[in-house]
Design a protein around this ligand. Structure first.
Ligand code: NAD
Length: 504
């Protein structure tokens, strides 16, 4: 048997567990169908065949989940940080123990390649361990001495929070948002994306089997317009941590306005990778290729705009084109696959529509530009557009597929202007061996995260998030706790100051 056949056989075994009752919601420690019995099908992008029937939660389900999270909050918030830490490490252990099941299920549900998803569970477990370790000190504050008073700050968990995640790397993103909420002492209602709901269900089960108390983590599947909307409007939910499209972020802000929701948004991007003539071109080409074609290009921090200095344009684009043309597209469970199928036929159609848009706007399709023939799922060939300008739609809009738009620049000022001339500002990548230029450029680049002479490498204590239409707020390190916790200041008088006497 080939590696693919072996992996497929294992995946089929793992998927059997969804036969029968399908993917249920999880409220107050119980696996439950939707209150009104509604369901929907989740389809694999590999062959468009149904993978499982999923409970379609709506307002009533969200209400039950929010009430369960509210009831569980006092005990969870009061649990000593050391105990929460120990429990969350157990969750991490349990995630690692089911790494293969998580990886194979994620590949079948999202179309992401195993070579990247095989690490999803380890990364998810690392998220739990990192935030678990911070739990004992999360409430610690500062002492701020004024002339006649001593201020002491402290933090406490906000309450039940709502977490809404997208379909692209659902397991990793769910752990990234949920682990700090739990470590901070919040309880959670999670609404995963309707297009890839399977691993969110595995995750909540794993957490409860590891000992997480009932009601601390609740899961409601469903669509954005009903379950998602109801979560953002629920009065018992104190904050919404959302990862998804910029436009959905603005809907959520509107929906949450009446209940004054605290919001944290990780949204879309159109991230530039800027390559100067003095850079190490081979490494820069590897990084540019990795950052757009890994994870099927369905990645918020993908380097989807390649800005290249005109003097090296031909040489550099030649390198990128050669690598892009060699990328293996195929079944996600084949260990040699780099690019798998896109999440859904609707998304595939959107990505393919940019091929015509590129032609109409006058760009050149140097590599790819079409669906991959002979494969039945949503397979799009790795694509490189050249001769593009920054005003074209292929340079301005988030395509969210394996599609790279290359634009030439003449000097540093122009490179900076092009970098910043988009509505987004999530990530930026710059390649140069001129240190002073790197310092100047990064100072002015409009992005929440910038990597110099490197692809995106996450360091969990560092801040993650975007500016402009790419987001509000930061995750990572203590930034996550700032979002999930409230800060209180207590001022003690240290001298008997004269209190102003009013009225005698
Ligand atoms: P999406 O905005 O369509 O959906 C995300 C989630 O929001 C889903 O669970 C969906 O059901 C829910 N939702 C939709 N409408 C809602 C509403 N009115 N109220 C409440 N919830 C609602 O995004 P997507 O297509 O699933 O994901 C792709 C997007 O996510 C891309 O734009 C990508 O850049 C972004 N993303 C950003 C980051 C980041 O960290 N910045 C990471 C991954 C993905």
């Amino acid at each position: 048997m080939s590696d693919l056949q072996t992996n497929l056989a294992k995946a089929q075994e793992y998927l059997k567990r969804w036969e029968g009752q399908g993917v249920l919601n999880h409220i107050n420690g119980e696996a439950v169908p939707a209150a009104d019995g509604s369901t929907f099908e989740t389809v694999s992008p590999i062959d468009l065949k149904p993978l499982a029937t999923v409970a379609r939660g709506k307002e009533e389900d969200i209400d039950r989940a929010a009430k369960a999270a509210k009831a569980a909050f006092p005990a969870w918030a009061a649990m000593p940080g050391k105990e929460r830490k120990a429990l969350l490490h157990k969750v991490a252990d349990a995630i690692e123990a089911r790494a293969e099941e998580i990886a194979f299920t994620e590949c079948m549900d999202t179309g992401q390649a195993l070579r990247f998803m095989s690490k999803a569970a380890l990364r998810g477990a690392a998220n739990f361990r990192f935030f678990a370790d911070q739990a004992p000190t999360a409430r610690d504050g500062q002492q701020l001495a004024g002339p006649d008073q001593l201020n002491i700050t402290t933090r406490y968990p906000l309450g039940p929070v709502g977490i809404i995640t997208p379909w692209n790397t659902p397991f990793m993103l769910s752990t990234w948002k949920i682990a700090p909420a739990l470590a901070a002492g919040c309880t959670v209602v999670h609404k995963p994306a309707e297009l890839s709901p399977l691993t969110a269900r595995l995750l909540v089960e794993i957490a409860e089997e590891a000992g997480l108390p009932k009601g601390v983590w609740n899961l409601v599947n469903g669509f954005g317009e009903d379950a998602g909307k109801a979560l953002t409007e629920h009065p018992d939910i104190k904050a919404i941590a959302f990862v998804g499209e910029s436009q959905t972020g603005s809907h959520i802000m509107r929906q949450g306005a009446a209940t004054l929701k605290r919001v944290h948004f990780e949204l879309g991007g159109k991230n530039p990778v800027v390559v100067f003539a003095d850079a190490d071109l081979e490494r820069a080409a590897d990084a540019a290729v990795f950052m757009i074609y890994s994870l099927n290009g369905e990645r918020c921090t993908s380097s989807s705009r390649l800005l290249v200095e005109r003097s090296i344009q031909d040489e550099f684009l030649g390198l990128v084109a050669k690598k892009a043309a060699n990328i293996k597209v195929g079944h996600p469970l084949d260990p040699s696959t780099v690019v798998g199928p896109l999440i859904h036929p609707t998304h595939e159609e959107k990505v393919l529509s940019y091929m015509d848009i590129a032609r109409e706007d006058g760009a050149t399709i140097a590599v790819g530009g079409s669906k991959v023939e002979g494969l039945e799922g949503c397979y799009v060939a790795p694509t490189l557009f050249t001769n593009a300008t920054n005003d074209m739609r292929i340079a301005q809009e988030e395509i969210f597929g394996p599609v790279l738009t290359a634009i030439a620049f003449d000097d540093e000022d122009e490179a900076l202007a092009l970098s910043n001339d988009v509505v987004y500002g999530l990530a930026g990548y710059i390649w140069t061996n001129d240190l002073a230029r790197a310092l100047r450029f990064t100072e002015q680049m409009e992005a929440g995260m910038i990597w110099v002479n490197s692809e995106n490498i996450r360091h969990l204590p560092s801040p993650f998030g975007g500016v402009k239409a790419s987001g509000i707020g930061r995750d990572g390190g203590d930034w996550s706790f700032d979002f999930y916790m409230e800060t209180k200041n207590i001022a003690f008088a240290t001298k008997p100051r004269n209190v102003p006497k009013l009225g005698g």
